[in-house]
Design a protein around this ligand. Structure first.
Ligand code: PRX
Length: 646
């Protein structure tokens, strides 16, 4: 029997105008499993294909080869933009831009405006020399032109690789190099909470290490930047005389749409590759059913377009549905902690989608920030990026939602292209802290460490056993790594890297990563990346990085560092190393704790025992497990002592 106290009922009002009731969910979910091809062929009918696909799914997880709609042709930009204009909806608002400062200028773009802007960008990219199949790096602030650049690439068949504006020059260089991108779209500077981010200067530094044929620069803040002759071009200048026509390139469904770099347990970030047709169907369908979108509503996803959430639920999902998407340049606490709620009230936002880390940070600042604003337009609240603790869930539900609207907690990943596990607003009651039920076509399976399936209520490693249209197809330029990372741990299954519990009601509770990936403020980070950055410093001999529970960020970054012989530890060195990691990766990777230690706990064969380091980082000294295999068990006592002192 399930524990009744954990249920929160969906409000009756969620049913009005819904796309999916409980009965419809059951029926559609069952048919998505029973006849997957027929189900997805039907969903794909909402896409405007140039050539309708006759083949639906063609996939195998062993060997790994994934194709959907493989003989169809389409253009996702046509689906996101042009077809709405052609259908007579050109006047409908596509994007509302709310700038960093509340006093800044709100810009609103109808679908016809977006079409015009995207064509301008597309023709400018062509003028620069960009051709179908080229990789274009987009390193932009959260401004509509960032979305236009993505859509322009899609329109001409170029593959975009968006890099979050918080990444460092070294991180840009690594990504540009990995996908051999000759073209970069950027801006003079970005703005975030009154701070300026030197985007163009960062690109310049990156281009000291790697080369590019052309850099297109948007004038945004008007800040001073240096321009390299022959390589750098102002967007407003180069775009001044381009044609106002640009056809959408017919793309095969399996032609690449974008690369997005994400962290894993080992090595440098991987360029996860998504293709066109499956991703189009997946983002269109998930947006439609999960956010239960109704015509005319204002949808606000607070993510940055540099992350997959921004790709799928600021750009492709909402626009393919003809929705109105709000794009926000700023941060939740500038100029004050009520900024999110002020924006919701100002633009009468109906659907609000954010991350638990923001919810926890705002919760701490007090209810008065929320109560100051009229949030009666809200109809649905969403959460994404990390597990949401029940306390934050309840605050979101009670203080923001006034207990009158549903919350969806959507579990998914860069690799899944769109939401995978979530309740649907009108179909399911909720349980705070649980993502809920699988979306159509998603077949989750829990397995033990040996790969044996666990049935019924159980806890284990979360795998997906059947492909879905939005699934990533490969790691750019390294299919072997794709296979190794996702399909080798449990052959024949896609392994998510997450731990999960399924309860007696079939609800899924994500418990967090079971690999060496940590989730810091909803940003995914490989501990190996931070370690590599630290050991690049001349004074560092070895480093081991683990996550630890953090009230606001979910997880914080805990670094154990051993120094080179003769180097003394000091607060200055600690600050220097922090700064060093920021420079190597970016501010999101700033270590929370640096713990100098003369040695790391290693087995006799030299393997670092991370399990022990994790426990010590979590302040759990009583459950360190067996330490007898350590080469020097005394190291552990010294580490515990060091932990207690911070
Ligand atoms: O650990 C899971 C966590 O975020 C990881 C995916 O990170 P990323 O690829 O950056 O995509 C984030 C946005 C989709 C997952 O492996 N995660 C994401 N959403 C949730 C979550 N954990 C718990 N609950 C969620 N709703």
């Amino acid at each position: 029997m399930s524990d009744q106290s954990e249920w929160v009922q969906r409000p009756a009002s969620a049913l009005k105008g819904t796309n999916c009731t409980a009965e419809q969910y059951e029926k559609m979910y069952a048919s998505s499993l029973q006849d997957s091809d027929a189900f997805w062929a039907k969903q794909a009918e909402r896409i405007d294909w140039f050539q309708k696909p006759s083949k639906i799914a063609n996939w195998s997880f062993d060997p790994v080869d994934i194709k959907w709609f493989e003989d169809g042709t389409l253009n996702i930009c046509h689906n996101a933009v042009d077809r709405h204009v052609e259908a007579g909806n050109g006047d409908r608002t596509a994007i509302i831009f709310e700038p960093d400062s509340p006093d800044g200028e709100v810009r609103t773009f109808s679908y016809a405006d977006v079409q015009r802007e995207v064509i301008r960008m597309a023709n400018t990219l062509k003028k620069l020399g960009v051709a179908k199949g080229d990789r274009v790096t987009i390193y932009m602030p959260m401004v509509p032109e960032g979305a236009f650049a993505m859509l322009a690439c899609a329109r001409i068949g170029a593959i975009h690789s968006v890099i979050f504006g918080g990444f460092s020059p070294d991180a840009i260089a690594g990504r540009v190099d990995d996908c051999e991108s000759d073209w970069i779209v950027t801006a003079d500077e970005g703005l975030r909470g009154s701070k300026t981010i030197p985007l163009k200067a960062n690109v310049d530094s990156a281009l000291e290490k790697v080369s590019a044929k052309g850099v297109l620069v948007l004038r945004h803040t008007g800040g001073d930047v240096s321009m390299t002759d022959g390589r750098d071009h102002w967007y407003h200048e180069l775009s001044a005389e381009v044609s106002d026509e640009c056809l959408c390139e017919p793309m095969n469904a399996e032609d690449p749409l974008f690369i997005l770099y994400t962290s894993g347990s080992t090595g440098k970030p991987k360029g996860v590759l998504h293709t066109t047709g499956g991703y189009a169907v997946w983002t269109e369908t998930t947006f439609r059913y999960i956010f239960d979108y109704r015509d005319g509503e204002v949808f606000w996803c607070t993510a940055d377009i540099g992350w997959v959430t921004g790709h799928s639920y600021i750009v492709y999902g909402p626009l393919q549905n003809g929705a109105t998407a709000l794009m926000f340049e700023g941060v939740p606490n500038y100029p004050d902690h009520d900024r999110f709620w002020q924006v919701c009230a100002k633009h009468k936002v109906n659907i609000f989608y954010t991350a638990p880390t923001a919810i926890r940070a705002l919760m701490r600042e007090g209810d008065h920030h929320v109560e100051k604003h009229d949030l009666s337009s809200l109809r649905l609240l969403g959460s994404v990026g990390e597990p949401i603790n029940p306390e934050a869930w309840r605050w979101y539900h009670e203080t923001v939602g006034k207990e009158r609207i549903p919350i969806i907690d959507t579990w998914w990943q860069t690799e899944t292209g769109g939401c995978m596990i979530t309740t649907l607003p009108a179909a399911h009651d909720m349980k705070p802290g649980s993502a809920g039920k699988p979306f159509f076509g998603v077949q989750p399976q829990l397995v033990d460490n040996e790969g044996a399936e666990l049935e019924g209520a159980a806890s284990g490693n979360l795998c997906i056993t059947h492909s879905w249209p939005g699934q990533a197809r490969t790691v750019y330029g390294d299919h072997e790594r794709f296979i190794q990372t996702y399909f080798s741990t449990y052959p024949g299954k896609y392994f998510t890297g997450d731990g999960c519990r399924r309860d007696e009601d079939g609800y899924y509770w994500i418990t967090g990563r079971v690999d060496d990936v940590i989730n810091v403020s909803g940003h995914r980070m490989g501990t190996a990346e931070v370690e590599s950055a630290l050991v690049l410093h001349p004074k560092v001999s070895e480093a081991a990085v683990v996550g630890f529970p953090h009230d606001i960020k979910g997880q914080g970054i805990y670094c154990y560092v051993t120094l080179m012989d003769g180097v003394e530890e000091s607060d200055e060195l600690s600050a220097e190393l922090r700064q060093w990691v920021r420079k190597e990766i970016g501010p999101i990777a700033t270590p929370d704790h640096l713990h100098f230690t003369p040695a790391l706990p290693k087995t006799r064969s030299g393997k670092i025992m991370r399990r022990i380091l994790r426990k010590i980082g979590e302040n759990e000294f009583g459950s360190l497990g067996d330490t007898s295999t350590l080469a020097d068990p005394g190291v552990v006592d010294a580490l515990i002592e060091g932990r207690k002192n911070r």
